[in-house]
Design a protein around this ligand. Structure first.
Ligand code: MG
Length: 446
């Protein structure tokens, strides 16, 4: 497994993710940057956050970089700050992973996620231990900035119809899960004229009340409070607040694929243009693009692939079906705060979330996984087999086969000897059937 996974380096804090590792990653970044420039650094609320941030700062200063310490901030706030005020960034976070984890994520100078190529260069330096080391009179300067979160909140507000939202005095329940969103989301909602009820909004890296991953099963309190208080919406963020999920005014969880489609539909009602999503996303996106008469581009799985393709094609919207939505007018990264503000804009325009959710096409999903020892060979045989057939096939990431009534996606795991099979169709039964066909194909090719 590569040193940098899908979302930076991750592992158990002070076990795999040690201060020494943080020093060396920051030194590697400084070496990669030619010992020149300024980086901004932020952290989520994890217990080891201060320890690892301090270590990363020391490494960067040693390599000769100037460092701006942003303190506790959501990833999208750090990304927004880096875009306008620094040459790169470091975020100390393990996002939605369980409490004992932490990690390090690099941010590119334009505020987007670090490219895979960039990461592999930094990784080479990390393993070579050939770090640039500034002369005694050239070690870097450290500054702190206390305005990154405010700068981000204002950025979000500037990109929605704030006046209309304020006029509606919406009631919102916000569950920031004791994570980094606690320092921005309640304040942003307040500034948008909302009546805000917060839960889990104290900064606590032990995540005492729920996992940092906002799955429906840990959001029962949120749903209940929305029902009791008659709120217009409930919002929950993951540990570093780049993703947000929602419950509607009835307290019902909005499936993330439905959320993605709702937002695509809304954005396309404002302006026409390309939309971008990974091959794992729902057919709803294709239906919505078709209805609006715009192009939909499928990418490999991973928000960075979506963001880069959006930049290339000047897309108007993109995102993943996990609550990671990207609004290019604001910035090219997943942004939970922006997603929340945009949903408020939708409600303020005169609908309810449950009503709007019903306006996107209905699909059903089915998924399974199977253990597979030689992933590469198996996937090659799967690809060869389907390419011989007559179905429409996409090999952007894994193998996706389109049928008249749906699709099946066969993807190897990046971290385990497992092949995952996802299917989607207009009925539960046919989704199940497509999934079983996919499974059978993989079993035959093992
Ligand atoms: Mg996250």
């Amino acid at each position: 497994m590569a040193f940098f996974g899908t979302n930076g380096v991750r592992g158990i804090a002070n076990d795999y993710i040690t201060p020494q590792l943080a020093v060396d990653v920051a030194k590697s970044l400084g070496t990669y940057m030619g010992s020149k420039g300024t980086i901004a650094i932020g952290r989520d609320t994890r217990m080891s956050g201060e320890m690892l941030k301090s270590a990363a700062i020391a490494g960067a200063l040693s390599a000769g970089l100037t460092v701006i310490d942003l303190g506790t901030a959501p990833v999208p706030a750090v990304q927004y700050y880096v875009r306008d005020h620094a040459d790169a960034g470091i975020m100390i976070t393990a996002s939605h992973n369980p409490r004992e984890y932490n990690g390090i994520k690099l941010i590119a100078g334009d505020g987007s996620e670090f490219s895979r190529e960039g990461e592999s260069e930094v990784e080479k330096i990390y393993y070579s231990k050939q770090f640039a080391s500034a002369n005694w009179d050239r070690t870097g300067d450290l500054r702190t900035a206390n305005d990154a979160n405010e700068y981000y909140i204002q950025g979000v507000i500037d990109h929605v119809d704030a006046e209309n939202i304020r006029g509606k005095r919406l009631k919102v329940v916000a569950d920031t899960g004791c994570g980094a969103g606690s320092v921005t989301l309640p304040f942003m909602l307040q500034r948008l004229g909302c009546e805000v009820i917060t839960i889990n909004a104290q900064l606590d890296g032990t995540f005492p009340w729920r996992n940092p991953e906002p799955t429906p099963d840990v959001l029962t309190e949120l749903a209940e409070i929305v029902r009791i208080t008659g709120a217009d919406m409930g919002v929950a963020q993951d540990g570093d607040a780049d993703r947000a999920v929602f419950v509607d005014e009835n307290g019902d969880f909005i499936d993330e694929e439905v959320l993605l489609a709702m937002m695509a539909k809304y954005i396309l009602s404002l302006e026409k243009g390309v939309i971008v999503t990974p091959v794992s996303s729902s057919q709803r996106m294709a239906d919505i693009a078709k209805e609006a008469g715009v192009e939909l581009i499928w990418t490999a799985v991973g928000s960075i692939n979506v963001a880069r393709k959006m930049m290339e094609t000047d897309a108007v919207f993109g995102g993943e079906g996990n609550g990671g939505l990207i609004f290019p007018k604001h910035q090219y990264c997943r942004d939970g705060g922006m997603a929340c503000a945009k949903l408020l804009e939708i409600i303020a325009a005169g609908t309810t979330l449950s009503e709007f959710a019903k306006s996107v096409p209905l699909y059903f999903n089915s998924k399974t996984k199977t253990v597979c020892e030689d992933l590469k060979d198996t996937m090659e045989r799967v690809t060869a087999t389907v390419l011989e057939g007559t179905e429409k096939v996409d090999t952007t990431d894994g193998v996706k086969i389109w049928y008249d009534d749906g699709w099946v996606l066969i993807r190897p795991s990046g971290t385990e000897p497992i092949v995952r099979i996802f299917a989607e169709s207009k009925t539960k039964a046919s989704a199940e059937e497509l999934m079983l066909e996919g499974l059978e194909l993989v079993e035959k090719c093992k």
